[in-house]
Design a protein around this ligand. Structure first.
Ligand SMILES: [Zn+2]
Length: 298
């Protein structure tokens, strides 16, 4: 059995989870929920109090390292290149350049094959990353030789307090067991005035629409993804941690999966961008993923 995947997801992940655990809402702690759908046998719940969308029961923490090992089984250049068509990295580079006008230390949480690091490697900044998959980290080290890439997860990594000027966490927060604890850790590593860049999926509206359009090839991808963050909720997480100047944008498409996949994803994104633009950058119903950037006062 494999994790159900959306048409734009370029890799397969075997699904062999033995130990699961019931969790409460990560944002507000409430246990009451509405059932959004069931995917691969996992319940996707919506918190009745705050609206956070999450998987419960979800794989126990001990299951995750082996589960993610399968994600980078193929480290050929072709397989790695297929994972992104570059639009996403270009967008992130513009944000990082704007958020680091004086250079400084950049840290990426979960750099995967190093594609973003490579894209920003000509900026006058110091590059460090952590990566849980040893095969992906080895690939990234070769791709970006002057970056420091550490084999670690967000839970095991340690950096001195206030030691980073910008931290990017791209397509990672939806995989962690405790997003609140992870974001708090990142906040503590940032220097005053430091910036955070977060990219997360936002597919909950597609999941709602699927009640009437069951053929829609977009999935939550449970239990690989454990959370789906609405822009409203992401803003609340960041405000509570003291971040200011919070900007939330529709993420640019990343994977291509061939020309038909690329046309489809630009089509879906096009609708999202149209509604987003028509509402003055306020409504993101079909964003599929959002890119959020903010900074600490200072
Ligand atoms: Zn809640």
């Amino acid at each position: 059995m494999e994790v159900a995947k959306s048409f734009f997801t370029t890799f397969s992940q075997p699904l062999d989870i033995k130990e699961v655990e019931e969790v409460f809402c990560n944002y507000c702690g409430a246990g009451e929920f509405g059932l959004l759908c069931i995917e691969s046998g996992f319940q996707i719940r919506e918190c009745r109090r705050c609206g956070l969308v999450y998987v419960s029961p979800q794989p126990a923490a001990a299951e995750l390292p082996a589960f993610y090992d399968g994600m980078y089984a193929d480290t050929s250049d072709e397989a790695m290149a297929a994972r992104s068509m570059g639009a996403m990295e270009g967008h992130l580079k513009r944000i990082i350049r704007k958020r680091m006008p004086n250079g400084g230390r950049f840290l990426e949480i979960g750099c995967g094959n190093g594609r973003l690091l490579k894209t920003i490697s000509d900026l006058p900044i110091e590059l460090t990353a952590i990566e849980l998959s040893e095969s992906a980290a080895a690939y990234a080290r070769k791709a970006v030789p002057h970056a420091t890439i550490i084999d670690a997860s967000i839970d095991s990594a340690e950096f001195p307090p206030q030691s980073q000027d910008c931290i990017a966490i791209i397509a990672v927060l939806e995989h962690v067991k405790d997003p609140r604890a992870s974001l708090t850790k990142l906040r503590d590593w940032l220097a005053p005035g430091g910036a955070i860049v977060i990219q997360v999926p936002y597919v909950q509206n597609f999941i709602r629409v699927k009640r009437w359009l069951p053929w829609l090839p977009i999935y939550f991808e449970a239990p690989r993804h454990l959370f789906d963050f609405s822009p409203r909720l992401l803003r609340r997480y960041l405000e509570e941690l003291g971040f200011v100047d919070i900007r939330i944008e529709i993420a640019r498409p990343y994977a291509s999966n061939g020309p038909i996949g690329a046309a489809l994803i630009w089509g879906v994104k096009g609708i999202g961008f149209a509604i987003y633009t028509l509402t003055g950058g306020y409504i993101y119903p079909f964003a599929a993923a959002t890119t959020t950037h903010a900074k600490l006062p200072g």
